[in-house]
Design a protein around this ligand. Sequence first.
Ligand SMILES: Cc1cc2nc3c(=O)[nH]c(=O)nc-3n(C[C@H](O)[C@H](O)[C@H](O)COP(=O)(O)OP(=O)(O)OC[C@H]3O[C@@H](n4cnc5c(N)ncnc54)[C@H](O)[C@@H]3O)c2cc1C
Ligand SMILES: *[C@@H]1O[C@H](CO)[C@@H](O)[C@H](O)[C@H]1NC(C)=O
Length: 608
Amino acid sequence: MVVPGLGATLGIFGSGIWIIPLLLGTISYYRYDRVDPESKPIDQQNLLPEYDFIVIGGGSAGAVVANRLTENPKVNVLLLEAGPDENEVTDVPSLAAYLQLSNLDWSYKTEPSNTACLGMVNNRCNWPRGKVLGGSSVLNYMIYVRGNKNDFDHWGQLGNPGWDYKSVLPYFLKSEDNRNPYLARSPYHARGGYLTVQEAPWHTPLVAAFVEAGTEIGYENRDINGEKQTGYMIAQGTIRRGSRCSTAKAFLRPIRLRPNFHLALNAFVTKIEIDPKTKRAWGVEFVRHNRKQVIRARREVILSAGAINSPQILMLSGVGPRDHLEAMGIPVIKNLPVGNNLMDHLGFGGLTFVLDKPVSILQNRLQAAAATTEYVLNERGKGGLEGIAFVKTPYANQSLDWPDIQFHMAPASINSDSGAQVWKILGLKPELYKEMYGPIQDTYTWTIMPLLLRPRSRGWVRLQSKNPFVAPIMNPNYYDDPLDMLTMIEGAKIALQTANAKVFKQFGSRLYQKPLPNCKHLKFLSDEYLECGIRTISMTIYHQSGTTKMGPEWDDTAVVDPRLKVYGIHGLRVIDASIMPQVVSGNTNAAVIMIGEKGADLIKEDWR
Ligand SMILES: Cc1cc2nc3c(=O)[nH]c(=O)nc-3n(C[C@H](O)[C@H](O)[C@H](O)COP(=O)(O)OP(=O)(O)OC[C@H]3O[C@@H](n4cnc5c(N)ncnc54)[C@H](O)[C@@H]3O)c2cc1C
Ligand SMILES: *[C@@H]1O[C@H](CO)[C@@H](O)[C@H](O)[C@H]1NC(C)=O
């Protein structure tokens, strides 16, 4: 789900991205900084030798946990974040794609694959992750989707009391400040929370057509975060006054002056200190400004480093699969299936529709300075992902509201930035990009990206090295289970059906008919062709999760219990996307923020 529209809106990049922070910095100084109470959090230089709680990672979940724990003035909290603070560029929704492969990105890559990402250099998928205060909520595309009621009820049925839908809904509402009046009276939405949620202030006419196309083929237009999920909708986003509302902005800026809250930026955690005899996590080792330090935790260490780094840090600390740790030469403190159960949402980015009418986004038709000034002065940040839909293939249980495919609709495609950034962040093979997208570089296009909501395939994360600065090995095992592919093929067909709806005729919209070079030998749009396409233009939707699975005591695939405590270790919890037993049916940010809210409450209950 690379969103060309988001990253591709401004035409300036050929001539130098440097001018944008300059321009924005100047304008935002005059416009905001003097009047805005949301000043940046303080990067504490003098740390104490000991805190009640140490939170590792200030991302989507960690920012929430740090906020909620410091509500009690009697406890103090240290938040350690490997990256720096956000900057002027991260605020601008349309520049999201330009944050990838920058110094704010861990810039991970999967292992080479022969089942997916065949169109990418060395068959490796790029996996961006935020290395910045706010974590991946700073790099993300801001789509606000919570997941399906049945997902959480399923978590509960797996033996996790307190995680069924009825129990977690209050935590979604606790964070939310929904600014769209039409949702104000819904029991599924709330006002007054820290996290601003609203529709993007500006849309192309294509998204209204997309929603109408849904009704043409028998789906309803509905709030997919409400009573039911199946249907089509204009996307809601974590956006505030046209700019990005990361969890750092939402949850950390307002608490910057709490005396019991210390934040250390550029603090790279290398190990959790666990006493091998008592099995108690008593501190955290990290490197900051080239200096190694250890700080003690009086009560608990909370690991919120995300679905790749949380398992990595656990394994480095001696908590993980025994065989693997022994092979790496790491003394085993607790044998647990850390790093297993890796899930992601993988989409298909190869359904490009060309348009006769100029109703989508083409980067080189936009004037950068004009667009930037418009963002700052008129609070009209342009979102690139405009439409969301949840549909059921024949493989879904037709009597349940539990769709198996999600669509992201974008008023742009891989071609729309004339080769400036999108193909690079996808890691596309240059010859493939040239052959497929060269001919339509200056054509208005749009896309529907189908993705598989509940993959059956599972991958894993393992250490590549004992050196904490070396990235772990990531193997998602995409499409390992044949049913995953069969479902995706049907999902692609429903996407084609949507784009064939009458409502799109007014724009002269039609499928771009050029076959992919490696799939040319197959009949265009046959199941075999679609499968080949899905394996070639595979796009991660960036929802890595599941690697420290939550489960009951009798579940030998579980790493944390339903109170998010690591089995067999005292004073250590994981609170982030890693704990999902099954990835939610939707974008993960909102669910991870909910996990942060709920996790913080569990800690408070246990220390009452
Ligand atoms: C490009 C992109 C687009 C996305 N689009 C959407 C979207 O539109 N909607 C949506 O709902 N979701 C989206 N997601 C997914 C969503 O943002 C993530 O699921 C969510 O942010 C994960 O939260 P987390 O707390 O688990 O991890 P993160 O937010 O990644 O936080 C982990 C934090 O820990 C820090 N850390 C890691 N290792 C260490 C260490 N050793 N020492 C110190 N700190 C460390 C990291 O720097 C980071 O700040 C997107 C993600 C990406 C990357
Ligand atoms: C579909 O869901 C219903 C309701 O939960 C259930 O009774 C039925 O067995 C399911 N059907 C299939 C084929 O799984």
